[in-house]
Ligand binder design. Structure first.
Ligand code: S3P
Length: 437
């Protein structure tokens, strides 16, 4: 059982040196999933050993998949093949992870056995109809509890059939869930997205030798194929790098290099937005690793200015907004975000929780239904409740760099879901942070 922990951050300091943040969460989940469903041995390096990915791995182990590791980011998966999973004895616990639950729902919809997906308190409040409904149209039988929430009870033995689905929300999780169910479906499954979302599933399926067609916003695959094991080198997670991109931008004198960061075009909203705000970012040594673009990112302190964030960047920076709001709080002038209603259904309501936290440290932040308006100002010290949301906790931790007094962040244990070792790495780079039990 995890004990509750708080962070105590002393104001000031700067971020310097070279660091590598842990592996990409989205890619790590998919590596475990596709490796488990492939034929042969998949060797993964750079895997994120965060609790979310461990939930996914635990689910496959509970369905009979053998894997060695993870150890220092290395995992060897002996794939069971698309039809080799066994009925789990107990409900599969997805912990805090929406990605795990929604993508697993797609995979389980194609199995011969019944299954149940459960989650923690936060996940149990998150909307699942967005996958249960279209999977139902494919022929899956999925029961949710009232309001379309978890647990999900999935009936086995229902052969899915391919559908054409126009997604109402720009969600990579919905897209991926349907494509994974599509592996088991008769005929073709086509998903059309209203705006581009992360395309790691499509890229990795191709890496495993599965044909996926992308035609503008339409992504299709045909069921009945096979996945062939391959090796995957997971880049560092740009979402985890973001806390340092923001921290180094707002802390005078900072000069930091983040190594081996994934810069997939569907994930770089944070770079685009920070550049518009006047950040000093340099991409070095850009290369391609296992089908994903990667670079080292040099970031130096800069005077940031408030902006109106272009709406088309919202899906490309959806996980990075808590940290970007800290950048906005330290910028001159006003920052306006619209078109980001999805932030309200993440691990917490990130619009409400960030607005509340920013006010707590003396910043004028006003919620709107689908965004926020932040007036840049002088961040004071104070006490913040992260509401158990890992990204809120880390955002306010780096806010300490430009605060006038100490910042205490409550309820930070879930940082381990996406960024094990955050405190040590942040301290190494120059943040004055310590954990209080
Ligand atoms: C993810 C997709 C995004 C993102 C989440 C990871 C993924 O969610 O917020 O952290 O790995 O597919 P949505 O699909 O709900 O936008």
């Amino acid at each position: 059982m995890n004990k509750s922990i708080d962070y105590l951050v002393q104001p000031g300091g700067k971020l310097t040196g070279r660091i590598r943040v842990p592996g990409d969460k989205s890619i790590s989940h998919r590596a475990v999933m596709l490796g488990s469903l492939a034929e042969g041995e998949t060797r993964v390096t750079g895997l994120l050993e965060g609790e979310d990915v461990l939930s996914t791995l635990g689910a496959f182990r509970a369905m009979g998949v053998r894997a060695e590791g993870p150890d220092k980011g290395k995992l060897v998966i002996h794939g069971a093949g698309l039809h080799g999973l066994k009925a789990p004895r107990n409900p599969l616990d997805m912990g805090n992870s929406g990605t795990a639950m929604r993508l697993m729902a797609g995979i389980l919809a194609g199995q011969a056995f019944d299954s149940e997906l459960i989650g923690d308190e936060s996940l149990s409040k998150r909307p699942m109809k967005r996958v249960a409904d279209p999977l139902g149209r494919m022929g899956a039988v999925i029961q949710t509890v009232e309001g379309g929430r978890p647990p999900l009870r999935i009936k086995g033995g229902q052969k899915p059939c391919g559908i054409e689905y126009q997604m109402p929300v720009a969600s990579a999780q919905v897209k991926s869930s349907l494509l994974l169910a599509g592996l088991y479906a008769d005929g073709e499954t086509t998903v059309t997205e209203p705006a581009p979302t992360r395309d790691h599933t499509e890229r990795m399926l191709r890496g495993f030798g599965y044909a996926v067609k992308t035609d503008g916003a339409r992504i299709s695959l045909r069921g009945g194929g096979r996945l062939k094991a391959c090796n995957i080198d997971v880049p560092a997670d740009i979402s985890s790098a973001t806390f340092f991109l923001v921290g180094a931008s707002i802390a005078p004198g900072s000069d930091l290099v983040l190594e081996h960061v994934g810069i997939n075009p569907t994930r770089i909203g944070v770079l685009n937005i920070l550049k518009l705000m006047g950040a000093n970012l340099e991409l070095l040594n850009t290369r391609e690793v296992g089908g994903e673009p990667v670079a080292d990112i040099r970031v130096r302190a800069a005077k940031l200015r408030g902006i109106r964030i272009p709406e088309d960047q919202a899906p490309l920076a959806i996980d990075e907004f808590p940290a970007l709001f800290i950048a906005a709080a330290c910028a001159s002038g006003e920052t306006i975000l619209t078109g980001a209603h999805e932030l309200r259904v993440k691990e917490s309501d990130r619009i409400a929780v960030m607005a509340q936290g920013l006010k707590q440290v003396g910043i004028d932040a006003r919620e709107t239904p689908d965004g926020i308006i932040i007036q840049g100002g002088r961040l004071q010290g104070g006490e913040i409740d992260s509401h158990g949301d890992h990204r809120i906790a880390m955002s306010f931790a780096v806010a300490g760099l430009c605060a006038t007094g100490p910042v205490t962040v409550r309820d930070c244990k879930n940082v381990d879901t996406s960024f094990p070792g955050f405190v040590g790495l942040a301290a190494q780079a120059g943040l004055s942070i310590r954990v209080v039990q």
